[in-house]
Design a protein around this ligand. Structure first.
Ligand SMILES: Cc1cc2nc3c(=O)[nH]c(=O)nc-3n(C[C@H](O)[C@H](O)[C@H](O)COP(=O)(O)OP(=O)(O)OC[C@H]3O[C@@H](n4cnc5c(N)ncnc54)[C@H](O)[C@@H]3O)c2cc1C
Length: 452
């Protein structure tokens, strides 16, 4: 007993779970009492989109209930780190938390540690492999995904941390702000239920993952974003013993890779990985940007995705790629505007994943789609939503068109449009841009930035 700390302060962040949470496990095993707390940074809460805000607050409330079930509570500190935090936690003798990878997250760590000048125990709890664990033979982080993934795949997992028997304290602090109904059922129990459900269909992942009209992906991104389930739990539960499972787990490696890249290159949030692409002369097109955001570009698959995002806070990965590519390569609008909009609306918005994927699509990142690979939104639409089911769901004004016509309504004969009740430029927009022309314009702009 004498080696135990008396009182550990446990800071919950994007790890709102008591299972496979190394900071929580350490605190409960190495202290007599644990005081769990969250800090609600009011400026941060006010700046994030409503989907993410409500999901976060609902997850915090679910965690609080779980802690109450264990006889404790969750201390809510609604202030900037400073006097209030010191008053609430200053008598603890150790501060425990799981690290963040973004510069912003690390600046919050510095602020908390400044307010609480006590011993600190830090862990990695939100990734499968921590930064620095997956390196090339030269000891560097691979700038190309496949070699990273091959090493990642054979890097042993750390053992699951064992939770101890500390008493959980009952301080509750400030009330949680009001929030409306979150996009996903909140809390760890719901995340575990979603994972178990996913295990029934994951074997089909390779054939269904690109079809936005079916639930062919796990839908676990928000749970992973807030840490209501850990990625290692997901990996260990799903396993890699079938091609579908292996393909799914590979996506979790992308998640680790972008987080490691962000840790190493904080500027990736606002600057192209390849500096030459910061010189692209983007179009200044507020109207185009507005129409893209509103799902009014006249390209049905793009509009369907943007409306799904605006209405639900989530968009299917294939459609994220198509919509992002359309903004950057058809409208030639700076990827950072798109990144910002996605960050605002996505319930799973995460700086590393969002910026990393945007740079992949824009062709400005490491191991990105080559700049000359320009998605054709119509071809993509025909390939991945052949019957137009996804489009009709989100762009109901086109539901009367045949499956063959719904991908590019402007190619239909006026009589067919009229029969379907579609008036281009009125009930549904005419295409905002001609794809073939836009493609040439983009190739020229990228070539110029590359020095010809
Ligand atoms: C432009 C753009 C922006 C994106 N922004 C985000 C974001 O902010 N947050 C986010 O979590 N994902 C982002 N993604 C990646 C991907 O679209 C989502 O992770 C996925 O759609 C989430 O749905 P799911 O959980 O059903 O995915 P599944 O297909 O079930 O994948 C399982 C998990 O693997 C991870 N994953 C899957 N695809 C990727 C990927 N391309 N990159 C990194 N990790 C991946 C996610 O954690 C996901 O939950 C973005 C993709 C694009 C093209």
């Amino acid at each position: 007993m004498s080696d135990l700390a008396e009182r550990a302060a446990l800071w919950f962040r994007a790890d709102l779970c008591l299972v496979d949470n190394p900071a929580w496990a350490w605190a409960t095993a190495n202290a007599e009492r644990v005081l769990p707390f969250v800090t609600l940074d009011q400026r941060l809460l006010a700046s994030v989109g409503e989907f993410r805000r409500t999901q976060y607050l609902a997850n915090v409330a679910a965690l609080r209930e779980e802690l109450r079930g264990h006889g404790g509570d969750l201390l809510v500190v609604s202030h900037q780190p400073g006097a209030a935090l010191h008053e609430a936690l200053g008598s603890c003798d150790v501060l425990c938390f799981n690290n963040a990878t973004s510069a912003f997250g690390r600046s919050r760590e510095a602020a908390i540690m400044h307010s609480l000048p006590i011993r600190t125990e830090r862990f990695w709890g939100t990734l499968i492999q921590p930064p620095g664990a997956v390196l090339t033979a030269k000891g560097t982080l691979s700038r190309v995904f496949t070699p990273f993934w091959k090493t990642w795949d054979r890097t042993p997992l750390a053992s699951m941390p064992q939770v101890g028997t500390a008493t959980i304290e009952t301080a509750s602090g400030d009330p949680l702000p009001e929030y409306s109904s979150p996009p996903h059922p909140p809390g760890s129990d719901a995340a575990f239920a979603a994972l178990n459900e996913w295990c029934h269909t994951v074997d089909d992942y390779e054939s269904t993952r690109d079809i936005p009209s079916v639930p062919g992906t796990s839908g676990l991104s928000a749970a992973l974003r807030f840490g209501t389930i850990s990625p290692r739990t997901v990996l260990e539960t799903v396993g890699t013993h079938t091609p579908g499972r292996a393909a799914f787990v590979r996506q979790l490696a992308w998640r680790d890779w972008y987080a490691h890249l962000l840790m190493e290159t904080p500027s990736m949030l606002s600057h192209a990985f390849r500096p030459e692409y910061d010189a692209i002369r983007w179009e200044d097109d507020p109207d185009g940007l507005q129409r893209w955001k509103a799902g009014q570009t006249g390209y049905p698959i793009v509009d369907a995705g943007m409306r799904q995002l605006a209405q639900t806070g989530w968009m299917h990965n294939r459609v994220r790629m198509i919509a992002a590519s359309f903004l950057v390569k058809d409208l030639l609008i700076d990827w950072r505007h798109g990144e910002e909009w996605f960050r605002h609306l996505l319930v799973d918005a995460d700086p590393a994943q969002n910026a990393g994927n945007w740079q992949w699509v824009a062709g400005t990142g490491t191991d990105a789609a080559p700049y000359f690979r320009i998605f054709n939104p119509i071809t993509q639409s025909r390939r991945f939503d052949p019957a137009g089911v996804y489009i009709s769901r989100w762009v109901p004004e086109l539901a009367g068109l045949d499956a063959s016509a719904v991908h590019a309504p402007w190619e239909s004969a006026p009589l067919d449009l009229a029969a379907a009740g579609v008036v281009l430029g009125d009930s549904y927009p005419a295409p905002i841009v001609d794809h073939a022309m836009a493609r040439e314009r983009t190739l020229a702009a990228y070539k110029e930035a590359r020095g010809g």
